[in-house]
Design a binder for this molecule. Structure first.
Ligand code: ZN
Ligand code: FE
Length: 290
């Protein structure tokens, strides 16, 4: 079927390019259709963070996903004419929870975060765990525990809208640094996210994509989809445009951190036929020193 992501290992560069374009078009189409039940307003803040406001117009509720910057969040709310009712935290880092208390004081909003990391989430009231369905307005957010970057990292998946907020676990062409978890833990977390449908729109916490692309090309130079995507990323950034959101399908085709099974990646880093966790660990290690 047209638009399906090519199976890994497919060697024809023309097929790779074709699949890449299909995925990109599919993402843009999906973004248009989906701006209905859950409207997402994305804004850059701090040096390279993204803030997200997610608004359910039927129920009149609005969440910010993480709180990198109170001023930028308030400006976004004003621009959209929305009132902040919820904060959905992905993890405790300061660039994700730093404005929790200030926003709570201003809006009286409900703060939601990981039960197993509650002591590090300022102002947390609703504690959620893996598999929980959190009722947000007329919608439900499924909670995934995705430890690795931090031990208490979670992602929010709006299944009916095919939207996932993944914090610093999965990035466009990258993944979070392993500050607290092991490579095995992070690989398990990434696999959880990669089990979502290809068309899932993925909002991640940072604009790191251009630097990630340089690294990705260094470890999987034979991936023609990656080469094509990298050019697209350079064009977007040259125009000052965001590369976020991405999709699960785009990442599956181009992100080396979810492609340890790639023969090209394995041979580039000298781990032909190695265990997938070992390939992931070495890829992460090389990125840390890139
Ligand atoms: Zn972080
Ligand atoms: Fe961060």
């Amino acid at each position: 079927m047209i638009g399906d992501v090519a199976p890994l290992g497919l060697a024809n560069p023309f097929v790779f390019r074709y699949v890449y374009r299909e995925e990109l078009e599919r993402r843009d189409k999906l973004l248009e259709i989906r701006s209905m039940a859950l409207q997402v307003h994305q804004f850059p803040c701090r040096s390279d963070n993204y803030g997200f406001l997610a608004h359910d117009p039927d129920a009149g509720v609005t969440a910010c996903i993480d709180t990198p910057d109170a001023g930028a969040t308030n400006a976004g709310l004003k621009e959209k004419g929305w009132r902040l009712t919820h904060i959905l935290n992905t993890h405790h880092h300061g660039d994700h929870t730093g404005a929790n208390l200030e926003l709570k004081e201003r809006w009286g909003c409900t703060i939601v975060g990981a039960a197993n990391d509650a002591e590090r989430i300022p102002g947390i009231e609703v504690k959620v765990s893996d598999g929980d369905l959190y009722e947000f307005g007329s919608l439900q957010a499924k909670v995934f525990e995705v430890p690795g970057h931090t031990m208490g990292h979670i992602a929010y998946y709006f299944e009916s809208e095919c939207i996932a907020f993944v914090g610093d676990t999965l990035f466009a062409l990258g993944c979070g640094r392993l500050f607290e978890g092991t490579p095995e833990m992070m690989w398990t977390s990434l696999q959880k996210l990669m089990a979502l449908p290809d068309e899932t729109v993925v909002y991640c916490g940072h604009e790191y994509t251009q630097a990630n692309a340089q690294f990705a090309l260094s470890v999987e130079p034979g991936n023609e989809s990656l080469v094509a995507r990298s050019k697209e990323i350079d064009d977007l950034r040259a125009q000052g445009l965001p590369t976020v959101p991405t999709t699960i399908g785009l990442e599956r085709a181009t992100n080396p951190f979810v492609r340890p099974m790639s023969e090209n990646l394995q041979s580039t880093i000298g781990l032909n036929g190695a265990d997938l966790v070992a390939v992931f660990a070495e890829t992460r290690n090389r990125k840390d020193n890139f």
